[in-house]
Design a protein around this ligand. Structure first.
Ligand code: AMP
Length: 489
């Protein structure tokens, strides 16, 4: 197994895209995109990938990893006959798949290579068409791709290139069984490019199964956020977080991507900001694909100053020149911290990542600092009143919420009891009767993004939301704060 070390991009003439030996059509696109020289991961990964080697790269988001795998694949596809899908790129979320497809279209603009995205939340028709016609490159989330594999038209026998992007996130989201199912459908002889921000043990195990004598890149830099990001911690009582955020927006923070722990908090924070005259939108698993796309586009175009997001929905968000990422809540898992703050400082630019920490979150912060190997600077805003009376809480406390739900249910029961003239409680519950008559196998296309086959009915990010870590259950203890864990994202 050969190892290339992570040296900064070569400063000699060799440190150009042209020197990598890429096709002129790709060089033209790269120049038009304003890429002057390859990023470190591109300089390291493109040559061995062009030579047909498997690649295992530890690459954080923002490193330029997408072009690092797209360019060598596009180069190798340029002269191939059309009509056969030769490359498959697997990504954990719709947003990331959409982003990769958009990067692909930009990089392939002067070639005949075509690509299509396959992910849930949108109609299967155009995706079926892409599969039937053998589009050159497919960028897919595993779940929706498997839905297609149930149909005879979906064949990837001619596949030559396989990419796993953000593999750690795919495992984290419980996609490992799906990935294995997808692998059964693709030829064993192929070139595989494996990208992951972090390389925990289960990932290394998977790489041993998937890769043949890979070139290993940046392995020693795993778990490090992209360089150029200034990180700061803002200790603040939980109930003053919204006010502190507003205060920062009054200052030098022009725009920000903000992460909250739950979709509920995302909604509340966005509402709070709008009430205070800040244009804001939110993006999370309960929003429809359309709403998510619109929110993201509006944020990218500058229409919204603030985009409030939960982790899963935020994967793949790529906003040029995003100056600020704010962790409104401390992420429970250190990798989430690295992924989140990687949203700023894209392509080795600079950015600021602020994390609001209440006293209850100090423990989670310590774990993050341990992984980062350093203590992050604490910042106190001199002109912010830390003793002020908080405005309304962002969230109804869990206990109160449960009490409200119980009261509502008791009400419903009393009403249905009255309607049925005092009959047995429960006989009037329509859900139970329809459940009884539903076919055992679950009808395909029945509400909720089904697809049968025993898989959890909706994938992460699909509008139905997942009831917690049902797909493979790989979320460790402590991830599921406040009922539902990853579900709300
Ligand atoms: P990625 O890590 O692939 O998500 O890329 C992060 C951002 O860097 C994207 O906005 C890319 O368009 C941009 N980018 C990729 N490669 C380069 C490059 N060589 N020079 C400048 N920007 C780049």
């Amino acid at each position: 197994m050969s190892v290339t070390t992570s040296t900064p991009a070569d400063s000699s003439a060799a440190g150009t895209f042209a020197a990598l030996g890429l096709d002129p059509a790709l060089l033209k696109a790269v120049t038009e995109l304003g890429f002057v020289k390859p990023t470190v991961i591109q300089a390291d990964a493109i040559p061995p990938a062009l030579a047909g080697r498997d690649v295992l790269a530890a690459a954080a988001t923002g490193s330029g990893k997408t072009a690092a795998f797209l360019l060598p694949i596009l180069h190798q596809l340029i002269d191939k006959p059309k009509g056969v899908t030769r490359a498959l790129i697997l990504a954990p979320t719709r947003e990331l798949a959409a982003q990769i497809t958009s990067d692909l279209n930009e990089l392939a603009v002067h070639t005949k290579v075509s690509g299509a995205a396959i992910f849930g939340g949108v109609s299967m028709g155009p995706q079926e068409h892409a599969l039937r016609t053998g589009v050159d490159v497919i960028v897919a989330t595993p779940g929706r791709l498997l839905d297609h594999f149930r149909q005879p038209y979906a064949k990837l026998n001619g596949l030559e290139f396989l990419v796993l992007d953000e593999a750690d996130r795919m495992l984290d989201m419980g996609f490992l069984p799906d990935i294995r199912r997808v692998l059964r459908q693709v030829p064993a002889v192929r070139q595989t490019l494996f990208f992951s921000a972090t390389l925990p043990q289960p990932i290394m195990q998977l790489t041993r199964e998937l890769l043949r004598d890979p070139v290993r890149i940046n392995i020693e830099r795993q778990s490090t956020p992209a360089t150029g990001i200034t990180q700061a911690i803002y200790p603040v009582p939980s109930e003053l977080k919204s006010a502190l955020f507003l205060k920062l927006l009054d200052g030098q923070m022009k725009e920000a991507l903000v992460f909250t722990r739950t979709k509920h908090r995302a909604n509340r924070l966005a509402e709070y900001l709008v009430r205070h005259g800040i244009s804001a939108e939110r993006i999370h698993g309960n929003r429809s694909q359309n709403q998510r796309t619109q929110a993201l586009e509006g944020f990218k175009s500058g229409h919204y100053r603030v985009l409030v997001a939960t982790d899963i929905a935020a994967r793949g968000i790529d906003v040029a020149e995003l100056g600020h990422v704010v962790n409104f809540d401390v992420p429970v898992v250190p990798e989430d911290y690295i992924h989140r703050i990687g949203r700023t400082g894209r392509a080795e630019a600079t950015g600021e990542a602020y994390t609001f920490v209440s006293s209850e979150e100090e423990g989670d912060l310590k774990v993050i600092e341990r992984v980062l190997g350093k203590r992050l600077p604490r910042v106190t805003l001199p002109d912010f009143d830390y003793a002020q009376k908080p405005s309304a809480a962002l969230e109804v406390p869990l206990g109160e919420r449960i009490a409200q739900i119980r009261a509502r249910k008791a009400d419903d029961r009393a009403r249905s009891h009255a309607k049925t003239g005092g009959g047995r409680p429960g006989t009037a519950r329509p859900a139970s009767s329809s459940r009884a008559s539903a076919p055992a196998g679950r009808a395909p296309g029945s509400g909720g993004g089904g697809g049968g086959g025993g898989r959890a009915p909706s994938r992460p990010g699909s509008s139905g939301g997942r009831p917690g870590p049902s797909r493979g259950g790989s979320f460790g203890p402590g991830r599921s704060g406040g009922g539902g864990g990853r579900g709300p994202r």
